[in-house]
Design a protein around this ligand. Structure first.
Ligand SMILES: Nc1ncnc2c1ncn2[C@@H]1O[C@H](COP(=O)(O)OP(=O)(O)OP(=O)(O)O)[C@@H](O)[C@H]1O
Ligand SMILES: [Mg+2]
Length: 252
């Protein structure tokens, strides 16, 4: 029986001062599911990712991974449970080449190799997967904004996560460049990886998500089928404001 969700949060809340950046968020994601997370700027999406990955401690609520209570666990322990994440503000190791950046993650992987030569070879495969083939010898500082996001994606893949948390990994990509990233996310799903995709690009969200969760002012506004969610007047309203929602209804 494996009806235990891979990730579940219960009443997850994070307060900064007197303000709840994430407020009473309860949801679950199954193995191999892709969950899109959307919401306007400041809705609490990155804070939510930080709470799941152990980079922030919740004020209230629970985080369960495979049914195991990981609330308040250190980021390192969450990573060991098979969770990897990207950072919206990217964090490459600037003193290493692009290839070495990935190899480090491979060497730290739970069941992986401890041989640098093998890790560097595997790094090459991951670089090709994210569209960075040929850039392995470059330094992160030399990469374009789009390529630095690809490196961030690759670093997260290096640990072969069971749960991958992507925080705006497609930001800065041109519309024509988004396709390969979407294909990669779908390929990960086929391998059984669970992916949470935080993205402002709706086309990307619809293309990959099995389900979409909408956050607004830290709370779950709604969740469900991507097309239904994006067509919902409440969602349109939080994104585009009252006037647009009214015009959609033809009463402006
Ligand atoms: N460490 C912090 N201390 C105080 N306030 C914070 C902190 N981190 C986030 N916030 C606030 O919490 C709210 C949610 O921020 P968060 O970064 O989670 O939003 P987001 O949905 O990821 O937005 P964006 O789409 O712009 O990335 C914002 O009002 C932000 O200013
Ligand atoms: Mg964010």
């Amino acid at each position: 029986m494996s009806d235990v969700p891979l990730l579940e949060t219960r009443g997850l809340t994070r307060r900064f001062g007197s303000f709840d950046a994430v407020s009473d968020v309860s949801f679950s994601v199954g193995k191999g599911e892709i969950l899109g997370v959307i919401g306007p700027n400041g809705a609490g999406k990155s804070t939510f990712i930080n709470l799941v990955s152990g980079h922030l401690k919740p004020t209230k609520g629970r985080v369960l991974i495979d049914g195991k209570d990981m609330t308040g666990a250190a980021a390192w322990d969450v990573a060991r449970a098979g969770v990897a994440r990207t950072f919206q503000i990217v964090k490459p190791f600037n003193g290493m080449t692009v290839r070495e950046n990935i190899a480090v993650g491979i060497l730290y992987e739970r069941h992986g190799t401890n041989r640098l030569s093998v890790a560097l070879e595997l790094a090459e495969e991951i670089l090709a997967e994210v569209g960075l083939a040929g850039s392995g010898d470059r330094m992160p500082g030399e990469l374009s904004t789009a390529d630095i996001r690809r490196l961030e994606f690759a670093k997260a893949l290096a640990s072969k996560p069971r749960l991958l948390l992507l925080d705006e990994v497609m930001a800065g990509l041109r519309p024509t460049e988004i396709g390969p990233s979407l294909e990669l996310i779908l390929k990960l799903k086929q391998r059984g990886t669970t992916v949470i995709v935080v993205e402002h690009v709706m086309k990307a969200i619809v293309a990959v998500s099995d389900r979409v969760l909408v956050l607004a002012q830290g709370k779950v506004l709604m969740q469900g089928d991507p097309h239904e969610v994006l067509a919902d007047p409440r969602v349109i309203e939080v994104y585009l404001g009252h006037r647009y929602a009214k015009r959609q209804k033809g009463d402006s």
